[in-house]
Design a protein around this ligand. Structure first.
Ligand code: SAH
Ligand code: SF4
Ligand code: F3S
Length: 462
């Protein structure tokens, strides 16, 4: 749940009669990418066609992220530009609606309307199924804020027929769990996304089938704490994520499964068994630790020690030796000393992550961390982040280099930059560039890795 992707949500929706167009810009984590797709689908059912040019759009929707201060600021600078655009349009007699969705909408609600009078709709992550209704009210001149935690289940109200209706997608996200009850002291997610809620097995299985029918063969299960997923199995017994993975792996047409983001406290034996026994479950695990210092882990309310985390990875590697680890780190949490930071570097040395995301601690209003004394000065954070990133990058390169000469299956996802090239995904989530030959997007092909670059691997087909 980490990459701050900013991209447009791109989908070919079945547009109906009138030609209203929506441009959706997505900030934040994969949950937001998924939500943008679902909002796009809800709007497609309501007559809005997606567009990738903001200039064409009758509705511009920002799906926002509140995780760090910078992420939230980005939204306000984007809104500034949109405001100017809207006013210019008004002079030409063209209307444009501006909507704000996602975690900034949830956290700031009315405040957004106050700060940016040109925004018409503010809608939270739990109410976006009500977006068409909110837009109707906005068109009638009302300014709408809907950030309730809806009593109804939004997934029951989202259009199902549109799901996965994007033939070019080989790989798709499927949200199985939302919200968080962990309350790490630095984090806004429990406030922006609310309490932990699992979707039902039936809903998940139905959606997986619809995705497969539309040509998807790799599904990534999503949740802020995806391994806290729980539900009832068909026989009424309590199931966890491990059981869910076994169940989904049996669906014809699902070639690959992944899940993200998991919390170290929720890695149970059944999930380990899934990693051991399911060839479809890819050997890649994003398991954030944040810090290697027990003192800081405690202050962060992570509820585990560095030793416990390392022992857990030891158990995972014992059942799945080729697993690649990925993680998230925060440097400069209040009170972090040079010694604490050194413990983080030590942990990183021991784990050797194939991929990692690291951030300077950002004080978030309303979180317990914001109240702590001993905030670390900005220049110290900057310096620690640089040292940590140098180490993480070195390991990442070493991991990529270790792949050269290896044979592996890659799932072809999209065309490459040059003629005849296709880009596929390795089991370890790397982009792999290969000459496609007779293979097509959606095929799984056997390749040998010939070279490792900073962001992708090159391969030849076998
Ligand atoms: N649920 C996931 C994380 C979601 S947020 C988990 O528990 O691991 C994604 C990442 O953003 C976190 O892992 C953390 O590294 C980072 N992050 C969250 N709050 C932050 C803050 N206040 N300052 C800096 N980084 C933060
Ligand atoms: Fe945030 Fe912690 Fe919950 Fe992850 S587990 S979403 S870091 S509160
Ligand atoms: Fe950001 Fe919300 Fe995801 S705060 S990281 S978009 S859950």
């Amino acid at each position: 749940m980490t990459q701050e992707t900013t991209g447009t949500t791109d989908m070919t929706a079945s547009a109906t009669g009138n030609q209203r167009k929506v441009f959706i810009k997505t900030y934040g984590c994969q949950m937001n990418v998924y939500d943008s797709e679902r909002m796009g689908e809800a709007l497609a059912s309501d007559g809005y066609q997606p567009t990738e040019t903001m200039d064409d759009a009758d509705l511009v929707l920002l799906n926002t992220c509140h995780i760090r201060e910078k992420a939230a600021e980005k939204v306000y600078s984007a809104l500034g530009r949109l405001r100017d655009m809207k006013r210019e349009r008004a002079r030409e007699g063209r209307e444009m609606l501006i909507g704000v969705a996602g975690c900034v909408a949830q956290a700031e609600g009315e405040e957004i309307l106050r700060r940016v009078p040109d925004v018409s709709v503010v809608i939270g992550p739990q109410t976006y199924h009500r977006l068409p209704e909110a837009l109707r009210r906005a068109k009638a001149g009302e300014r709408v804020v809907d950030t309730d935690y809806a009593v109804e289940d939004k997934f029951d109200y989202l259009p199902k027929k549109e799901r996965g209706n994007r033939p070019k997608n080989v790989s798709a996200f499927l949200t199985v769990q939302e919200g968080c009850d962990k309350f790490c002291t630095f984090c806004v997610v429990p406030y922006t996304r609310g309490a932990e809620v699992s979707r039902s097995l039936n809903q998940i299985v139905d959606e997986a089938h619809r995705l497969v029918e539309n040509g998807v063969s790799e599904i990534t299960l999503l949740g802020q704490n995806v391994n806290a997923w729980h539900g009832n199995g068909p026989d009424g017994t309590e199931w966890g994520l491990g059981d869910l993975l076994f169940h989904l792996a049996a669906i014809d047409g699902i070639k690959r499964l992944r899940y993200t983001t998991s919390h170290p406290r929720d890695m149970d034996d059944r999930l380990m068994a899934a990693h051991r026994d399911l060839p479809a479950l890819m050997p890649y695990l994003h398991l954030p630790v944040q810090s290697g210092s027990d003192r800081i882990l405690k202050a962060m309310n992570r509820k585990h020690t560095a030793e416990e985390y390392l022992a857990l990875i030891g158990r995972i590697r014992a059942v799945r030796p080729d697993i690649a680890m990925s993680g998230d780190f925060i440097v400069g949490f209040p009170g972090e000393t040079e010694e604490d930071f050194q413990a983080t570097l030590d942990l990183v040395e021991k784990v050797r992550y194939a991929q990692a995301f690291s951030f300077k601690y950002s004080t978030r209003p309303g979180t317990p961390g914001a109240e702590l004394e001993d905030q670390v000065p900005e220049d110290v954070k900057t310096e620690r982040l640089a040292r940590l990133q140098a180490l993480l990058t070195r390991h990442q390169r070493e991991f990529a280099a270790s792949c050269v000469g290896r044979e592996m299956d890659i799932l072809l996802e999209k065309p490459g930059r040059e003629d005849g090239q296709l880009i596929g995904r390795s089991p370890w989530l790397q982009s792999v560039v290969v000459l496609g030959g007779d293979a097509a997007i959606g095929d799984m092909v056997r390749v040998r890795i010939t070279a490792a670059g900073p962001n992708s691997l090159a391969a030849e087909r076998l």
